[in-house]
Design a protein around this ligand. Structure first.
Ligand code: ZN
Length: 187
């Protein structure tokens, strides 16, 4: 199962890989040459989700997809908390390192992010699905994203409103594509 490069135009989405910038919780650039990849099955599911978002006048903004294991290690070193970061070994779910997880939000027709109550990677219970301490508009926006992602074939996790993954996560092997990893990490 190959990794597929994801292009903004082809998928009608926006891409802003946060680990390719300083604007992430590690305050370091993790991807020296950020480029979005997903496993082919996940790429198809992203296209379905993008079509559903567009049908409502929205667009998907993607913050992360395939994440090399070396990058997962750096995130774990910064925040070793399994509620929010995958353990970089066989005990962690590591959806991103399997190429079947994605972090994203919705943009309105003006290109503004919908109010989801917290920023990406806000490691707080306010980021949990089913948290009703956030305003009603935030709950609606989150459930709209959840609904279209579920309909497109994605699964959610309880602790992060921005994270989706294909069902049966552990049936997908860790990718370990040294070539693509070196392209992203530039190491
Ligand atoms: Zn994620």
């Amino acid at each position: 199962m190959p990794l597929v490069p994801i292009d903004e135009k082809q998928y009608s989405i926006k891409i802003d890989l946060k680990y390719g910038t300083l604007d992430n919780f590690t305050k370091n650039i993790i991807y020296k040459k950020p480029k979005l990849y997903l496993l082919d099955e996940a790429a198809d599911a992203l296209k379905r989700a993008s079509d559903l978002a567009q049908a409502m006048g929205y667009k998907l903004l993607v913050w992360d997809g395939y994440r090399p294991l070396a990058a997962a290690q750096k995130l774990w070193d910064a925040v070793p908390d399994p509620r929010f970061v995958s353990r970089p070994d066989e005990t962690g779910p590591l959806g991103h390192a399997r190429g079947v997880a994605i972090d994203l939000t919705l943009l309105d027709e003006h290109g503004h992010t919908l109010d989801m109550g917290t920023a990406f990677d806000a490691f707080t219970e306010l980021s949990y699905h089913k948290n009703i301490d956030v305003p009603m508009t935030v709950q609606r926006n989150r459930f709209m994203l959840l609904g279209l992602m579920k309909a497109a074939g994605w699964d959610f996790i309880t602790t992060e409103w921005w994270h989706y993954q294909l069902p049966n996560l552990r049936s997908y092997p860790l990718v370990k594509d040294r070539y693509i990893d070196s392209l992203i990490m530039d190491e």
